[in-house]
Ligand binder design. Sequence first.
Ligand code: HBI
Length: 96
Amino acid sequence: MAHTKLTNEQINAVLKELPGWTVKDGKLHKTFKFKTFARAIGWMVSVAVQADKMDHHPDWSNTYNRVEVNLSTHELDDTISDLDTELARKMEELAG
Ligand code: HBI
């Protein structure tokens, strides 16, 4: 299936439904905070399984109980596509 770059309007509409998400340096960005390191890593593992199924992978880094996430689509010059908003939604679901 072909994926398309989202317009600023489309991105702003999605951001209203995704608490804590912003656009930073042209990427969909959020820092997730968990109670413990173990919970942060557990969440990352569950997201990784879903991301791999989608063949769409986050740029992210972990520091103790925080995970900083940046989503973009390399195939579309690192812009934000429907795949990024789909993965952001999955991340929210899995964060409970
Ligand atoms: N992950 N975030 C992200 N963006 C992509 O464009 C992307 C990816 N993971 C795998 C992937 N593309 C592959 O489809 C291609 O690199 C072959």
